[in-house]
Design a protein around this ligand. Sequence first.
Ligand SMILES: [Zn+2]
Length: 382
Amino acid sequence: MILNRKNVLALFIGVITTLTMLAQGYEEQGHERTSTDFNWPEGKKMAISLTFDDARLSQIDKGIPVLESHGVKATFYISPDLLMQRLDGWKKAALHGHDIGNHTLVHPCTGNFSWSREKALEDYTLLQMSNELDSASRFIEEVFGVYPVSFGYPCGQTYVGRGQQTRSYVPLVSAMFASGRTWLDEGPNDPEQCDLAQLTGMELDGKTFDQILSLIETARESGSWLILAGHEMDDGGVQTSLLSTIDSICSYASDPKNEIWIDHVANVGRYVREQRSVPLHTEMLPYQNPVIPVDRRIDDLISRMTLAEKIWQQPALAGAYNFGPPTNETATVRDVVEMAHNSFGRGEVRYGNGSDGPHEADRVLLGFLADLLHERGLGFFS
Ligand SMILES: [Zn+2]
């Protein structure tokens, strides 16, 4: 269609009308919105979650004992390398009910940080990020026996790539975790409105209790969920949440007369989700659920398909399967993955040092199967 002047004008008027309507709607609701229609449990007025990143050594050595003296449970988004340095302590913390969250494997952030230049988000792809999140979750499952449900974005950054190739990895986090938390945000979460995959995290590091108290009071007025985010837990220093502040927050929030629910992100998030009837990612079929290891997803998916569906009319896939003669119809899933790996283990679908080849082949195969089901209108990733 060629846009003549009349069309352009009609388009312009349409846009203006829409904008005017939106502006009016905004004005009508000009009063400060409150979350009075959201009920926190037991008549509480707000929720607080304490969160700490990176598995810094001071968290185990100094911070967790302070939390535990108040019976307060927090969320810890861990980095595997630091975690391994206090493994026993972390296992104990998890047993005591703290929430152990995924924080990626190598903590990629913008290349503007010189320490992140070799792992800059600008150079990442979604596939790489997906692989890394999966590997970090597998690591946590191996150490603690449970899959993590909470994710903390390293540096609070939610993208991969640069310029026109920039992609958000929020959808990935939304599909893999019950929640994702960002960092250095300006306000708390409205339990009615917040996106659980992008929960705000306000800085706890370096703050006195009085400074935090004013955040708490503001959050209480609107019935919000205040997520505080910190790093070191100590008496002073860079990126450090002060033990005295943490101690005071725990005392204050635990005092029934202040009507605060203090709990970790997984618990508060679950409550918010249930109140709003937001389905959890684990309500997907096993093959749709990225939280389940890829090989188990492939097994589930393949168990739902006929051989004809498997080979479909996808020449590349048919080549990888190389079924055809009946003798090959007994090929196991593992054989198929192996074949896919042999056929598609090309440079462009491999990365890292190549040692994760078979795992990558799983993903390539999954990609083909996803396309296949998409063509049939069945969808794959929700
Ligand atoms: Zn971090």
